[in-house]
Design a protein around this ligand. Sequence first.
Ligand SMILES: NC(=O)C1=CN([C@@H]2O[C@H](COP(=O)(O)OP(=O)(O)OC[C@H]3O[C@@H](n4cnc5c(N)ncnc54)[C@H](OP(=O)(O)O)[C@@H]3O)[C@@H](O)[C@H]2O)C=CC1
Ligand SMILES: CC(C)(CO)C(=O)C(=O)O
Length: 311
Amino acid sequence: MTLTRHWIVGPGALGRLIALRLAGTAEVTLIARRTLPAEQTLITPEHAALVRRVDVAHIEALPSPPPDVMHLTTKAHGAEAAHAALAGHLPEGVPLVLWQNGFACQPRLSERHAGPALCASTTEGAHVQDDARVTHAGHGHTFLGSLDGRHGELAARLAETLASAGLPAEAVDDIRLRLWRKLAVNAAINPLVARFGIRNGELRDAAFRTRVEALLAELAPILAAEGIAPPDGEGIAGWRRLVWQVIEATAANRASMLQDVQAGRLTEHEAILAPLLSAAEQHGLAAPDLADHLTALRARADALAQPGGGC
Ligand SMILES: NC(=O)C1=CN([C@@H]2O[C@H](COP(=O)(O)OP(=O)(O)OC[C@H]3O[C@@H](n4cnc5c(N)ncnc54)[C@H](OP(=O)(O)O)[C@@H]3O)[C@@H](O)[C@H]2O)C=CC1
Ligand SMILES: CC(C)(CO)C(=O)C(=O)O
């Protein structure tokens, strides 16, 4: 199994971070839906400028030969359309890596993809500066694995490839658990900071603290019913510890959902909140605050979709 040729579909912040890091050791093609410069710069967390040339291809004019592995790095709501545009052009068996947050497209695409499908859960942080520059804001760690526990050797090889390109990674056999834990943290932080236009650290203020606690009280029983345990401690105490740790560690951050709101983009509310609400319904659990956030973010998404709604 060679992992030399990587296609990276969705050349945004995370896609270009992975592309520019991998381009030092592998053959990388960015698959885009619009023209992008081949010369790309990555500003590293140490403030160095890493300049690399990568091939860029349009999603409707795919190059040959096919890749050894295809990374899907669109937002969660774009993943299925991007996959559908590519799937018919790939030979069977090309491995797919899904880098999305939340837990929405992963089960569906893992089922639909004609080859091994891995999911990635990463704490790397990146944001786009412009079409030729991306900032790697902070080093993180990536977990890779398939939802059905297969393809361990592929996950291990890919983790090695990423790690030797400067993105520490490891293969795991519990990626579903890791995706749900991240989703839980995102659900406790992102809708609140996005709706109130605040940085993560402001959630520590009394007025917001009670809202975080209310979300934790809804999240903990849903996660327990789904068999998702916090990394340390048990039940709500464990989730409380994790969420407040993340809030402390990211106090100065504008969370991804807030950045999306401020930039007039669609947020990843469906991928983060809808799986929780569907689990709540299945287990007969009440989740009024989570439902209220989903309703508000859906209303915003509907308004964005109206003519002139993005202004
Ligand atoms: N950024 C980060 O630090 C992290 C991101 N993630 C997750 O990774 C995913 C990607 O996030 P991020 O990189 O920040 O998002 P961005 O919005 O920066 O990038 C998404 C990219 O996907 C492209 N895209 C969308 N649809 C298609 C399509 N059909 N064909 C080709 N390209 C397409 C967009 O194109 P265009 O430029 O034309 O709009 C854009 O370049 C999200 O699920 C996010 O939650 C997870 C951890 C960290
Ligand atoms: C953990 C958190 C909320 C940090 O900002 C994040 O992952 C995000 O911004 O989406």
